[in-house]
Design a protein around this ligand. Structure first.
Ligand SMILES: Cc1cc2nc3c(=O)[nH]c(=O)nc-3n(C[C@H](O)[C@H](O)[C@H](O)COP(=O)(O)OP(=O)(O)OC[C@H]3O[C@@H](n4cnc5c(N)ncnc54)[C@H](O)[C@@H]3O)c2cc1C
Length: 382
């Protein structure tokens, strides 16, 4: 078993780390306060190939393996969780879904602009009335000759106002429930398709999250993504990979909390000693490091299985569950080590904690991960 990153992966990691130190960390606080997506920074990340990580080189993508992608997301999150989320939603969910299930014509039409960053986009499953129970969705697509008419509202969609291309999940055969769901590719120029309200959030504030409104959107059958009524099954596969991304994001936030804590304990004195000289503080640092390493290895294991084309549903859920709950514990310790300053907005540890909370919710809550893990465990037990 090899736990080491390859030379190429190490180089990529270092490139993103350098970029984050120079271009992300100095601005992340301001982006969070303004609740603004840093479009100029996204442009620079496009130049590094980060908009096409899941896209084949034939369509202009970087075609990275899943371990490399997890490494990139972790490094971005070390600087700014919101930026990592924006990139993860565009790459993993949107571009990943079109890359895996799109027709050749769809790939040629959409992937080059998505890979170059000329167009951003998102992936829309959740609705106001359905999240964990995604198959309870109400958005419908009804056949009308060779066209489809789509109606409904999607909720909590990342990149909803800045995105131009979206994969949208709809009900095409209500009687069949999960087996009656189909994905379509929608463009912002489509008549009746628009962004709704942008949400105000506790964390991930410089990522763009909001509603998508679909009112009698008429699109040709050539926009159907994948087989009719196979959308839900395909979605489960996308979520498995997405969970590795969110887990990696959680590891990045936790690492950032440890990085900041290590700096702080070397500056702050109490009772005539630097914080780093108090054993209780040293033990907190040791626990933070141990938990981060454990989560990172779980992420790498799930990502390696995905890269090798082996089953990874169980491993992705285990990794995502542990990493996201670990990030909450570690960021919380980061605040504790900073004392009152940790609770103030002067130091970034409070932002890491706010951002980390999303990791316990997005792409399947912790409860949903436990449901998946238990289901996988009990699959072969009669
Ligand atoms: C910042 C952000 C970005 C997001 N981006 C996207 C995106 O790009 N695309 C997209 O489609 N969605 C996105 N989401 C939505 C996200 O995936 C959902 O919020 C999540 O799946 C939970 O759904 P819900 O909010 O409807 O909660 P609910 O499903 O209503 O759950 C509420 C609570 O009940 C628990 N619960 C539900 N059912 C059970 C059960 N059977 N047993 C035990 N507990 C249960 C849940 O775990 C949770 O704690 C995003 C959300 C956020 C906050």
């Amino acid at each position: 078993m090899n736990f080491n990153l390859t030379e190429e992966q190490l180089l990529l990691q270092q490139t993103i780390r350098d970029f984050v130190i120079k271009e992300v960390i100095p601005h992340a606080k301001e982006w969070d306060e303004k609740e603004e997506v840093p479009l100029n920074t996204l442009k620079k990340l496009s130049e590094l190939g980060l908009m096409g990580m899941t896209i084949d080189s034939k369509y202009g993508g970087a075609a990275l393996d899943t371990v490399s992608i997890a490494t990139v997301i972790e490094e971005l999150a070390r600087g700014d969780g919101s930026l990592a989320l924006t990139i993860a939603a565009h790459n993993g969910l949107l571009c990943g879904h079109i890359s895996i299930f799109g027709s050749e014509d769809q790939k040629k039409k959409y992937l080059p602009d998505l890979a170059s960053g000329k167009k951003l986009g998102g992936w829309a499953l959740t609705e106001p009335g359905s999240g964990s129970d995604a198959s309870a969705m109400k958005t419908t697509a009804k056949k009308n000759g060779n066209d489809w008419i789509i109606n409904g509202t999607k909720m909590f969609i990342s990149n909803s106002t800045i995105g131009e291309v979206f994969v949208v999940l709809t009900v095409t055969d209500p009687a069949k429930k999960q087996k009656g769901i189909t994905a379509f590719i929608l463009e912002k120029g489509d008549n009746g398709f628009k962004s709704g309200k942008k949400l105000e959030k506790m964390g991930m504030r410089s990522s763009d999250t909001g509603e998508l409104i679909l009112e009698d959107v008429k699109i040709p059958d050539s926009r159907r993504l994948g087989e009719l009524n196979q959308g839900f099954i395909n979605t489960l596969m996308m979520l498995d990979k997405g969970r590795i991304g969110i887990g990696a994001l959680a590891v990045g936030l936790a690492q950032a909390a440890l990085d900041e804590s290590l700096k702080y304990v070397n500056q702050r004195e109490t009772f005539g000693k630097l914080l780093k000289e108090h054993e209780v503080i040293r033990f907190m640092l040791a626990d933070m490091k141990t938990e981060i390493e454990a989560a990172r290895l779980l992420i790498y294991r799930a990502a390696s299985l995905a890269s090798e084309g082996k089953p990874f549903t169980l491993e992705a859920s285990v990794a995502k569950l542990f990493a996201s709950e670990m990030a909450m514990r570690v960021c919380n310790k980061g605040i504790q080590i900073h004392g009152g300053y940790g609770y103030s907005r002067e130091f970034p540890v409070e932002r890491y904690l706010r951002d980390a909370k999303l990791c316990e919710i997005g792409e399947g809550t912790s409860e949903v991960q436990r449901m998946v893990i238990a289901r996988e465990l009990l699959k072969f037990i009669s």
